[in-house]
Structure formats: C-alpha cells, structure tokens
Design a protein around this ligand. Structure first.
Ligand SMILES: *Cc1c(COP(=O)(O)O)cnc(C)c1O
Length: 400
C-alpha cells in the first residue's frame, strides 16, 4: 500500500542535519504521490489473501494490521521523532503519561525498584509514588541534582533511574552523561523525560541515556492542540514497549500523530526563537528590583550554568522567577496579565504563566514545597513567540 517513493526513510543517517530531518525524515507516500504527509483515518487494514493476513499477524511480513498498533501516519511521526532523537526506534503513545506508564509496564515487574528525581512532573510523581506501589514496584525519590545521591539510592533490585532535565519549575539541571555512566556501571536503565528541551536542545541518547520520554503535548505539537507521547530508545527496548502497547492499547490517535508530525517540521525554528525570547526575558527580569531571583540555565547566576552549556544547545523556553514578598505579590503579577495566558500548560507559541505553589504543586504540603525550593513568590513563565517587549510589559504591570 505504501510506496516509499524516493526512500525518505534512508535520510535517517548521521550525515543529514537536524533541520532537514525535522521536515523530511520518516515520510512515506502512497500511490497518489501526495506532497504533504497524509492522515490515514482508518482503524484497520485489508489483506490480499488469507496467507498475507496470517503473515501480517505473526509479524513475518511487515505492514499495517490494526490501528491499536499500526497506522502509517503514526509510523511517520515515530520515524521522524526517532531521527531527531538519534534513536533506533520510537513508539508513540496517547499522552506523555501513557509513554511513562508504558515504559514502566514494559520493562519492570513486581519487586523492581525505581530511583526517580523528586523534581519530576506531578503526575509522574503520583504514578511512581501512589499507583506503582500497589503492583509491588517501589520508588525512592532523590532530592537535588547530586550524582552521589542517585548512586546512594540504587538498591540490588533497582531497574530504572528516571529524571527530567531541566526540571519544573526551578530549571535544575541533571548531569545526564554522569548518571548514564552510573546506570551502566550498576546495570540499571536511565530514562530522561526530555520534554523541556526537545531533541533540538538536548539529545540524551547521545549522552548515554537508554530511553527518552516525551510529552508530545508540549513543544513537539507546539501549538497546544493535541495530546501525545513517545518513547525513543534502541529497538531491543522499544520492542518491549510495543508489545505492551499492542496489547494494552494506550495508543495515539492518527489525527494527533499527524498534528505532531507537522509540528515537528517547525520545532527547530520555534525552539530557537522561543529560547532567544526566554533568555532575553530572563536577563530583563534579573535586572528588575522587584524580582528576588531568576531561574534560567543560560544565566551565569544559575548554579548549573556550566553543565547546562555542556549538555544543551540553548537555555530552553521556561523562565521561573521569585517575586519579592509572597503569594499576594506573585498573584498580583498574574492577575495583571492581559496578554499572557494563565494556565499550567507549557510548550505553546503563546506565552503562559502559572503560580506553582497554588497550582501544579498545590497538592503537596507547604513544608515539602519549601524544602523543594518552591516559594510562595515563585512564578513560572513558559515563553512563546510574542515580542519579548510585550511579554515584559505584561509582567511589569503587576511587578510594583
Ligand atoms: C506534561 C508533562 C508530562 C505529561 O504529559 P501529558 O501529555 O500531559 O500526559 C510529562 N512530563 C513532563 C515534563 C511534562 O511537562
């Protein structure tokens, strides 16, 4: 059914640049020769005869079977993202959380142990901390970014180390190469949630990580339209994730995969422009007398500035800052925004603002929040593509 045309898949070689992969990798054309990638809205596929049906089901013949586990649009998205991450393979999922759940279900079993950074996405914390223990998988949460703390938390039954870098909302940076070496040494897998950087800024597999996880809902879509997720890794690992997905069904919709596939085409230019805006905004905020502290990896004042410069190609588009005073002062900034969207979402071309202590981190105790460094005056801005002048003016209205 699918004519590989001039073999765009063969583009996935080391000599092709990221910019080219973003718009070309993974494309397949049908017999109609469409220029843009087609959206295949079909739940199943027909076979030429009984023998072909049998061969497709057994896996002896490659090809599409049923959309719970195969669809050409989804395959294009997976191949394009794999090419960008420098991964052997990619499995797309219904959401970022579905990607994390599928990874754990595919690679871990009862009695296994996870070492996770404490500074991970709230739902990931909930999954590891409250749901997995019911199935006999325990997690030790590590505070801070010290490699020694991760080493100390590894037990005989540890199977996975799970981190996010930079973290949300304080943009802590984790040493991916060092943690990958530790994981290799101790026979443990390292998974990196690469949501904040995307493959444009950081490629964890090239630093030695085993798995890259994405919430494609964020920068990969980039325009706040659909949910999606992905796991990128060597084929031996993604084959296991595929077996779980094929059976359990946390599958991405072909429509969502198509939106994300097209989103990947502009990822490179969006990321670069949003990072430039974010760096500019971070420097402006650092000069503002009403701001106590700015958290942004590209600022020399960031505690892991040197490490960030080593493993990322730009600082990212998330800027957090502590307003002098407390919750009232932070809320005044939020409430005076006319342009910025008050929402916890991020990765959009439209700038968003949130007060972590009362939203994304509102369910954890005040003591735990304080210990994690998430103060009452902290605001997180996910910088988009508007003029930085307009973004700053919007924030200044309440910074008084
Ligand atoms: C949003 C997010 C997730 C979860 O992704 P969904 O697509 O919302 O399921 C996981 N990790 C990080 C860092 C996120 O920001």
């Amino acid at each position: 059914m699918i004519d590989e045309g001039r073999g765009e898949n063969s583009l996935m070689t080391d000599s092709i640049h990221l910019e080219t992969l973003a718009v070309r990798a993974g494309q397949r054309r049908s017999q109609f020769g469409e220029h843009a990638e087609a959206l295949y809205l079909t739940s199943s596929f027909v076979f030429a005869n009984a023998a072909q049906a049998a061969a497709r089901f057994s896996g002896d013949e490659e090809g599409m079977v049923y959309a719970r586990f195969s669809n050409p649009t989804v395959a294009m998205m997976q191949d394009r993202l794999a090419a960008l991450e420098g991964a052997e393979a990619c499995i797309a999922t219904a959401s970022g959380m579905a990607a994390i759940l599928s990874t754990v279900m595919a690679l871990l079993k009862t009695g296994d142990h996870i070492v996770a950074s404490r500074s991970i996405f709230g739902a990931s914390q909930q999954l590891f901390g409250t749901i997995l223990p019911r199935f006999g998988i325990e997690t030790s949460f590590v505070a801070g970014t010290g490699n020694e703390s991760f080493a100390a938390a590894i037990k005989d039954n540890t199977r996975l180390i799970f981190i996010e870098s930079p973290s949300n909302p304080l943009t802590e940076v984790f040493d991916i190469a060092a943690l990958a070496a530790l994981a290799r040494d101790r026979g443990v897998l390292l998974a990196v949630d690469n949501c904040f950087c995307s493959p444009i800024l950081q490629r964890p597999l090239s630093l030695g990580a085993d798995l890259v996880i994405h919430s494609a809902t964020k920068y990969l879509d980039g325009q706040g339209r659909v949910l999606g997720g992905a796991v990128c890794a060597r084929k031996e690992l993604t084959d296991e994730v595929f077996k779980f997905l094929r059976t359990a069904g946390p599958t991405i919709s072909p429509f969502n995969a198509w939106v994300i596939l097209k989103g990947l085409e502009t990822l490179n230019i969006r990321m670069k422009a949003q990072c430039e805006n974010a760096f500019d905004l971070a420097r402006r905020l650092e000069r503002n007398p009403r701001v106590a502290r700015v958290f942004y990896p590209w600022l020399p004042s960031h505690p892991q500035h040197a490490l960030a410069r080593q493993q990322q190609s730009a600082g990212g588009a998330i800027v957090s800052f502590e307003v002098k005073g407390g919750r009232q002062d932070a809320w005044r900034v939020v409430d005076n925004c006319r342009l910025l969207s008050i929402t916890a979402n991020l990765g959009d071309v439209k700038t968003t603002i949130t007060h972590p202590a009362s939203t994304t981190h509102g369910r954890i105790s005040a003591a735990a929040r304080a210990e994690a460094g998430i103060g009452e005056g902290l605001l997180r801005v996910a910088v988009g593509l508007e003029s930085v002048e307009d973004i700053e003016s919007d924030l200044l209205r309440g910074l008084c």
